[in-house]
Design a protein around this ligand. Structure first.
Ligand SMILES: [Zn+2]
Length: 342
C-alpha cells in the first residue's frame, strides 16, 4: 500500500522502516483496545484441503466447535458436489460465497464450482497412479538437494524458464492425467495460487466487480476492502530470500505451476454433465481462456508465491486454550503491514 492510499480516517501511515521494507506508524497516541483496521476479507486465502468439509468456506466457522463432524451444505450439488471443494455452515454462507464470485452483479458465481471440480478431478487422477508416484518429475531431479549458495536470481530465472518449456499440457494428452504426486502442502498452495489468479481475472474482466471494493458495513474502525491485484503486488516480493533459505521449495513451486497449467488446460474440454445458459457459458470460457493465458508463463504464479512468505496470516480456530488449530492461511493485504511484513 502506498501511503497515499491510506485514507484520512486511518489512525496510521504506511512508511518505510529503518530496517527495510515498510510498516504501520501511528499518527497519534492510540488508546488501548481501539480497533484500528477492519479488512472485509483476505485478498487470497485457502482452507486446508483436509478441513474443507469441517470449515465453512465463507465464514471459517469450524464444525467441531458447533459439535458437528462436518458441514452439510455443499457448493455444488449432484455429480460436482464432492469435487466442488467447498462446504458451508449454512445456506446463507453458500449464497454469500457465490455472490462473492459474481463477476457481474446478478450473474451466477457457479463457474467457480466448475473450476474447483476440474482441480479435484486432476487430483483424483493423481491419487490413482500410486504405482508410479512422481513418474513425471524427471525434469526436476536436478533441483534435488541444491544448496543455498547456488540460488541466485539468475538461477531462479533459468529454473523457471526450463519449467515453462517442459510443461506438457493436459490437452496435448489423450485424457486428463497427472503423473507427479503433490503433497498436502503443495495441494493447498496450488489452491491458494489458483484463488489469487481467479481474483485477478475477475478484476480484469470487470474492474467494477462487486467483490473488489466491498467493505464490511457492520465493521468498526478504519474499514478497507480485500484489496486489488495492484495492492497485493505492492507487498514485498520475498521469492529470492525465501528460496535461498528453503531451496527444496523450488521444485515444489514448479510442480504447483505445472499442476495448475494442467487444471487450466482441462477446462477447455466440454463438460457433458453441466447445463449452462449462454451467458454463463461465455463467462466460463472467458475465465478459462484467461486462466490458461495467465499460466502460459510462470510470472503471475511466482508473483503470488513470492508474496506468500512474510505476508500471510494463519487462519486459526477460536479455541482459547492451547489446543488451537491452524485451519488455513490468508493474505490480508492491508493488515500485512502490522505483522511480519517487511
Ligand atoms: Zn459460514
Amino acid at each position: 500500500m502506498n501511503p497515499s492510499t491510506v485514507g484520512s480516517a486511518a489512525l496510521y501511515d504506511i512508511l518505510p522502516t529503518s530496517y527495510g521494507g515498510r510498516g504501520a506508524y501511528a499518527r497519534q497516541t492510540i488508546p488501548e483496545g481501539t480497533l484500528v483496521l477492519s479488512c472485509a476479507a483476505p485478498y487470497v486465502h485457502v482452507i486446508f484441503w483436509k478441513f474443507r468439509r469441517e470449515v465453512c468456506a465463507w465464514c471459517f466457522e469450524y464444525a467441531f466447535e458447533s459439535g458437528k463432524n462436518k458441514w452439510s451444505v455443499r457448493l455444488a450439488e449432484g455429480a460436482h458436489g464432492e469435487g466442488s471443494g467447498a462446504w458451508f455452515c449454512s445456506q446463507e454462507c453458500r449464497d454469500a460465497y457465490l455472490c462473492e464470485h459474481q463477476v457481474f452483479e446478478g450473474q451466477s458465481g457457479n463457474w467457480r464450482a466448475e473450476i474447483n471440480a476440474s482441480f479435484a478431478k486432476l487430483l483424483s487422477a493423481m491419487a490413482k497412479d500410486e504405482k508410479h508416484p512422481n513418474a513425471g518429475s524427471g525434469t526436476l531431479t536436478y533441483l534435488d538437494d541444491i544448496s543455498k549458495d547456488v540460488v541466485s536470481q539468475e538461477f531462479l530465472e533459468k529454473a523457471w524458464t526450463l519449467a515453462k518449456d517442459s510443461v506438457i499440457d493436459g490437452h496435448q494428452k489423450r485424457k486428463a492425467e497427472w503423473m507427479e504426486e503433490l503433497n498436502e502442502f503443495e495441494i493447498d498452495t496450488a489452491r491458494f495460487v489458483l484463488e489469487g489468479l481467479l481474483r485477478k481475472i475477475i478484476e480484469e474482466i470487470n474492474p467494477v466487480a462487486p467483490l473488489l471494493d466491498h467493505v464490511d458495513d457492520a465493521a468498526l474502525g478504519y474499514r478497507v476492502s480485500a484489496g486489488r491485484w495492484a495492492d497485493f503486488m505492492a507487498l514485498q516480493d520475498n521469492e529470492l530470500s525465501f528460496i535461498r533459505a528453503n531451496p527444496y521449495m523450488l521444485p515444489c513451486q514448479i510442480r504447483i505451476y505445472r499442476f495448475l497449467r494442467n487444471v487450466a488446460a482441462n477446462l477447455s474440454k466440454p463438460h457433458r454433465s453441466r447445463e449452462r445458459d449462454e451467458k454463463e457459458n461465455a463467462l466460463f470460457q472467458q475465465i478459462a481462456d484467461r486462466l490458461r493465458e495467465h499460466l502460459s508463463s510462470p510470472e503471475y504464479v511466482r508473483a503470488l508465491l513470492g508474496r506468500d512468505p512474510g505476508n500471510v496470516f494463519g487462519i486459526w480456530d477460536m479455541a482459547t486454550d492451547d489446543g488451537s488449530e491452524m485451519l488455513g492461511w490468508g493474505a490480508f493485504v492491508f493488515a500485512s503491514y502490522y505483522n511480519h511484513s517487511t
